[in-house]
Design a protein around this ligand. Structure first.
Ligand SMILES: [Zn+2]
Length: 367
C-alpha cells in the first residue's frame, strides 16, 4: 500500500541554500514539573482553546494519564472524547482522524510514549487542529519535535508535520515510568553530539544550510545530560526533570533548524538500519546512543567520555546489552549510509564490512 498522507516526507526536505528568509515553528507553551498535569485545563484556556477536546492514548497511558486528563477537562466544562489506539499505523491514523472530524475536536492531546503522540501529531496536522503533547515517558525527542513516524506496509516512515502548540511534561508521571525509558531518552539527547558533527561536515563539504543557534542549542542539550550523568538515576524526580528539559531543548533546536538535522545524523541512520533488520530492535535512544559511540570514534572525537557517561546513566553500550547479535550490528553499520542518502554524514562515503567490524571492536560495542 502506498502511504497517502499530507506530511512532508523527511527524505525530501526543502533546500535552504541561498534562502534569505527563514521561518520557524516553536512550541508556544512548555510546562515541565511535578504534577503539572493538573493544569492541563488552565493551559488550554490560556491558549484560547475552548474545545471540544480529543485525547489520544494507548491502553497503558490511558490508565497513567488519559483518564485523569479527561476528568480534569470535564470538571472545567470541556467536551472530551478519548480514543485509545493500539499502534502507530494507517488504520489507527484513520481512526483518530475520523474521531476528530466526528467530534469536531478543536484540541488534540497526544498522551503517551511514541505511538499516541505520533498519531495525535499526524492526525491533527492533516486536519489542521492544534496539537498538545503530553509525554508519559521521556524516551526520545519526538515528544517535542515536528517529526512523526508511522508504520506503512510494515516499514517505519518519518514525516515532517507540525510542532506541538504546547508540551506538558509531568515529571511525577515521567519519574514513575520504567527507568529504561528515561535512560533511552538521555541516550537520544547524547546522540546530538555526533549529529551536530555530521551537520558541520555537511556544511563544510556540501555547503549545506547550517544554523549555528540550532547546533549550539542541540549541543547544549547533550551537555546538560553529560554534566548531570551522575544525577540521572531510577525513581528520582530530579532525573526526570533533567532528561525532559534536555529533550525539550533538543526539540526546540530542531524547530529552529526546521528539520531533525541538529539531533539526527549517522548514529540515527544506524538506529534506523537496526529497526529494519534486527529481529527485535531495542529502544530508539539506546540504539542511537551506541551508534553515537561508534560515530564519535569515526569523527575522531572523545568517544570514551561519551561511553562512560552512558554507562553512568545505565544506557547499554554493547551489542550484548542491546540483545542484538554482533553480525546484525555490523550489517546495520554497512546499511546505514543508504538509509538517508540526502543527508550527508561521516558515513556518506560508505563503510566496508572490515571497517565496520574494526570500529565496533575498538569501541567495545562487540567483542
Ligand atoms: Zn532520536
Amino acid at each position: 500500500m502506498l502511504l497517502d498522507i499530507s506530511g512532508e516526507p523527511v527524505g525530501h526536505s526543502r533546500k535552504h541554500n541561498g534562502d534569505k528568509s527563514k521561518s520557524m515553528e516553536l512550541p508556544r507553551h512548555v510546562t515541565i514539573g511535578h504534577d503539572v498535569l493538573e493544569s492541563v485545563g488552565d493551559i488550554c484556556t490560556s491558549l484560547h482553546l475552548k474545545g471540544p477536546a480529543i485525547i489520544v492514548d494507548d491502553i497503558n497511558t490511558k490508565k497513567i494519564a488519559g483518564d485523569h486528563i479527561e476528568e480534569i477537562l470535564k470538571s472545567q466544562k470541556f467536551m472530551v472524547t478519548q480514543i485509545t489506539i493500539d499502534d502507530a499505523d494507517i488504520k489507527n491514523l484513520e481512526l483518530v482522524k475520523a474521531e476528530i472530524s466526528k467530534t469536531k475536536a478543536e484540541i488534540v492531546l497526544g498522551v503517551g510514549g511514541g505511538k499516541p503522540i505520533d498519531m495525535a501529531k499526524l492526525g491533527s496536522y492533516q486536519l489542521q487542529k492544534p496539537f498538545l503533547s503530553i509525554p508519559t515517558a521521556a524516551s526520545h525527542d519526538g515528544i517535542v519535535s515536528s517529526q512523526a513516524s508511522i508504520k506503512d506496509n510494515g516499514e517505519r516512515r518519518s514525516f515532517k508535520t507540525h510542532t506541538p502548540l504546547a508540551v506538558i511534561a509531568d515529571t511525577k508521571i515521567i519519574a514513575d515510568s520504567p527507568y529504561r525509558l528515561l535512560a533511552a531518552g538521555a541516550g537520544d539527547v547524547l546522540s546530538n553530539l555526533t549529529a551536530v558533527r555530521d551537520w558541520i561536515l555537511a556544511k563544510k563539504l556540501r555547503n549545506e544550510y547550517f544554523s549555528s543557534s540550532a547546533a549550539t542549542l542541540s549541543e547544549l542539550s547533550a551537555n546538560m545530560i553529560l554534566e548531570s550523568a551522575d544525577m540521572i538515576k531510577p525513581r528520582l524526580g530530579e532525573s526526570a526533570w533533567i532528561v525532559a528539559k534536555a529533550l525539550v531543548s533538543s526539540g526546540v533546536a530542531m524547530s529552529i533548524a526546521g528539520s531533525s538535522r541538529p539531533a539526527s545524523g549517522s548514529e540515527h541512520m544506524f538506529s534506523h538500519a537496526l529497526d529494519k533488520i534486527a529481529e527485535k530492535p531495542a529502544y530508539h535512544g539506546e540504539q542511537c546512543a551506541i551508534g553515537a559511540i561508534m560515530m564519535m570514534y569515526l569523527h575522531g572525537g572523545n568517544w570514551q567520555m561519551l561511553r562512560s557517561a552512558l554507562i553512568k546513566i545505565k544506557v547499554p553500550v554493547t551489542a550484548k546489552e542491546l540483545k542484538i547479535d554482533k553480525d546484525v550490528i555490523i550489517e546495520a553499520l554497512t546499511l546505514a549510509p543508504s538509509i538517508r542518502e540526502d543527508r550527508y554524514t561521516i558515513l556518506s562515503g560508505g563503510l566496508t564490512q572490515e571497517a565496520a567490524e574494526e570500529m565496533a571492536l575498538e569501541t567495545g560495542v562487540v567483542n
